[in-house]
Design a protein. Sequence first.
Length: 386
Amino acid sequence: MSGRVPRVLFLVSEDWYFRSHRLPLARALKGAGFEVGVACRVSGDGAAIAAEGLELVPLPLARHRLGPLHLAASVARVARAYRAFQPDLVHHVALKPVLVGSLAARLARVPAMVNAVAGLGYAFSAQGPRAQALRAAIGLGLRLVADGPRARLIVQNAEDGEAMVARGIAPRERVVLIPGAGVDLARFRPAPEPPGPVRVTLVARMIREKGIEDLAAAAGILRGRGVPARVTLAGAPDPENPSSIPESRLRAWAGEGVVEYLGPVDDVPALWRESHIACLPSYYGEGVPLALIEAAAAGRPLIAADRPGLRDIARDGETGLLVPPRDPIALADAIARLAADALLRARLGAAARALAEARFGEAAVVAATLAVYRDLLGDRFPRPGP
C-alpha cells in the first residue's frame, strides 16, 4: 500500500438514505483505517454526514432518468468525481447508482467496486412501456459493466440474487447475500404494548408500490366493520418517483378519518413503542425493508405482502402474517385478526425480535460487508495495529 491510507467512496442518490442505511458501515470503515467519502445529492443531512468525519462530495443523480444523453452526462460527472477522490474501492447503492457508478468506475479505472442492490425497485416492479424500457436499459448496462474479478454484487434476499444470476448480470460466485442494512438492536428494543385501540403503523416513502393505497382501503373496510384499529402512515412523499402519492391526498385521507398521517418521523423507535402492529403491504421490488427489520427488533408483529424480501423478515405464522399483494380485503382480515388477539401479537412480536437478533443485527451486517471489502482489496485492506 506504500503508506497510502486506503480510500472508499460511496455513491448513493440521497444524503438522507446514506445516513439512515449506511452510516454504521462508514463508521466501521473509518475505525478500520479507511478514508471515507460519500457522493450524493446533498439536502438536509449533509452536515450530519460531514460531522462524522466523512468527505462529502455533492453529486446530484436523478433516480428515474435514463435517457442516453442524461446517462452519458451523469457517467461523465461521476467519473470526474472518482478521478478527483482516487478511491481504492467504490460502493454503489441501488440500481441507478450501480449502473452509472459502474460505467464511471471503468472510465476512471477504480481498482474495485461493490454494487449493492437494495431490492429491484420501481424498474422491476412497475408495468408499462416506461418501466419496460428502464428494465432493458438497466439489465443491458449491468451486464456490460458491473461484473469482473474486482467487482461484487450484494443482494439482500436470495430471490433477487437468483434473478440477477438468471439475467446474466453477475455469475453466482460473485453474488453475496447480506440480509438488509442492519438494525441497531440496542436502539430498537421491545417494549410493552401501549394502552388504547390497536395501532397499525406503516413507515415508508409515500409511493403507491409500498401498498399505501391498499392499506388506506383496508382501513376503510375495518371502519365499516366497526373494528377499533387506528391506521398510521409515517413518511414523506417522493416527488421524483412517478408513483409518489401527493401530500394533499394523504392529508385528505387523514381529514376523512381513514388514516392518521404523520409525515416524516425522526424518532422511529418511539413510534414503534406507540404502535401495536407494523404493516407493509408493498408490491415494490424490496430488498429486506429496514422499516420491518426495525419493527421486528422493537418486538412488534408484522403484516406484509407475500413478496420477495418481505417474507424474509415477515414469516407467516412465525413473526407475522403474509397477505396477497394488492388485496385490501385480505389485508383488513389480517389486521382484524391481530387486533383481536393480544396473545398472538405477543407471540409473533417475540419471535420477530429473536429473528432480528439472529439475522439482521447491525454488527453482523457490517462484518459481512467488511469481509467483501477484504476479499476485493487483499493486502490493501488495512491491517490491525499492534
